[in-house]
Structure formats: C-alpha cells, structure tokens
Design a protein around this ligand. Sequence first.
Ligand code: ACM
Length: 388
Amino acid sequence: MAASDEKRGSWRVGVLFSQTGVTSTIERSQLNATLLAIEEINAAGGILDRPIEPVIYDPASNPKQFRSLAERLLQVDRVRLLFGCYMTSTRKTILPVVEAYRGLLFYPTLYEGFEYSRNCIYTGAAPNQNSIQLARYLLSAYGNRFFFVGSNYIYPYESNRLMADFVAQGRGKVLDELYVSLQPEPKDFDRVIAKIKKAAPDVIFSTVVGSGTAMFYQAYREAGFDPGKMPIASLTTSEAEVAEMSAEAAEGHITAAPFFETLSTPSARQFVGNFKQRFGADAPVTAGAEAAYFQMHLAMRALARCGTDDPERVLSELRDSEFDAPQGRVRIDRENNHTYLWPRIARLDGQGRFRTVWNPGVRIKPDPYCVVQSLDDWSADEIHASAT
Ligand code: ACM
C-alpha cells in the first residue's frame, strides 16, 4: 500500500513543473494553476475529508532532471499521481518511469500527437484540435506559402511534419524549415530573419518555445516586417511568452489554443480573476495553465469517486468523465486518454492581448494519431456552444 493510501491525513500528489530554465515562464503558469485547483479543493474540505498535499520539485527545464525527480516522487516519496511537463522531450523522458512504477501522469500541454500511454492523461490539444484549424485559417486569410521556424527538439520536428501535410492539402508550399537552439541568443535569429526576407512567405509557422520566442518576435519587428501581411502563427506562443516581449513586437501575430486569458465566458472570467487575485495581476494565465487547473479537478473528482489514489482505479473513473472547465465542458476520451477540447484562434492586439478571430463553438474529439487528416473534417463532438 502506498504512503498516500494509508491513514496519513493527506493525499500526496507529485508536481513537476520547471521554475527555472528556458520554459519556466509557461511552466510556472501551469504550476500556479495546479496550486490554485488544489487550494480550491482543500478550501472546500479536501477529498473525502483529507486535504491534497502537493510534493513539488523544480526540474529546471531539463529532461534528465525530470526523469530523476519523477523516480524520486514515485520511489522515495511514493506518490502515485503526477502532474507536470511542458516540453515533449520531458514527457517522453519520464513516461517509461511512470509506466514502470505503474503511476499516472497528467500532462497539460499541447503536443504533436502520435502517442498513447495507458499511464498518461493528455489534457492539452492534439494536432486535430489546433494545427488543422490553424492551417485552414492561415490558408484562407493569408496565403499558401509557409515558412517554418522551430526550436531544435522533437515537438517542433513532429509538429512541422504534420503542418506540412495540412499545407500540402491546401495546395500550399513550405518554402523552408529552420531550427534554432532551444536556448538561443538574439543573434541566432539573424540567419532566420535573412532567410525570411529572401523567401518572402505569406505566413510563418513558429514552433519556437520558451524564452527564444520573445527574441524571435523582437527580431521580426526590428526587421520591419508587417504582421498584417505575413504574421507569425504559433501553437506555443501563449500569454507567458508574450509577457516577455514588448506589446509592439507581439501585435498582429496569431495563436491557436482552446483557452486565452481574454475569453469572455463567465467561467473563464472567474478562473482568470481567481488566478490573478492569487498570483498577481501580471501573472500570465495560459492554455497550459487552464489545462493544469481542470486536470487537477478531474483527477480529484475521480479519486473522490473511487476512494483511493490507485492509478488503475482513478483511470477507470476518469474514462468518459467531464468537467466544466474555463474553456467549456471537457471530457476524457475512454479509448485514447486524450481530452475533448474547444478550438479557438486569436490575434494579438496593440496591448499584447489575445483577441479571438475564429471560434466555431464546437468541442472536438481528440484524434492523436490523426486518423482523420482532413482540413475539412476535425471529428467535431456533438456539443455546440456560443462561447467566445
Ligand atoms: C511541447 O513540447 N509539447 C510544446
């Protein structure tokens, strides 16, 4: 029997988000949201009269540290439910450990798809919930000549591979595909800017992550490009990365995600208000944070139903379970452990705030292996809403 199943007074859960390193700004937003959900649950009496107690480490945006801290959580701290990871490289490093110890990882980040682990619940967007819609929007609004720029690791390679398929479906062309270091310096973008100037694409698809994002957008602005004609579109430029750049550098660029801080629905306003009250008016509220928030609520409701943190039992309770998240009602798919989500696309305004430009008001069933790879069919769920 694991420590948290004994009569110890609290449910201990592992939390692994980087508080330092290249992706720490976005991961801190996910950590904050995890803590907010825990505090809400504890303030309402905990789960079966026991509080949730997070065991938190800082893996410093480093896959090796993620792995050793996941081992420590599962083996030494003897927790069974883990919440964490942003970069795919960190998820892929800890999943074999989570599987070996029969734990359960809750992963709140968009990723490239083409993965299923029985021991992972994926609550960020799969490509059929963000990339297809983004490709379609860009092809119709800007043109079909794309230029890809990414950070040098697995998510950008795979995300670009899929985006290239969608662009080809739209009779478009990828003019070039460049990668910069995961920990770049501003001068690393000189080569990128020179190549963009020469290629003169209609749109740039950026899979740059973390602190390099602000350097890229800043370099783009300094080059004098016009975002109204040739925007940077991304799935990984969230409120956290925008907080690290000037509003002028952000203006006019585009992101696809299920949640933005500026959504006007009552549940989104309440979540953002509570988040800012707890962590400060300047604390960015991101789609990754929203997923981190609702996944903790979903997990703890499942735990309350089965009365144990045994991952097998929690997993059975999670299948088909739903939760009224800030983005709309989400649901865990019983077959692939991914989440039904609400796609949206937004453009950054002159204050660096996301303004929705496309919102179909439908919930999309996750299709992580892109079985349906069509620009015109994203496997929409039966639920429709007028949420903005
Ligand atoms: C990512 O690496 N999944 C953003």
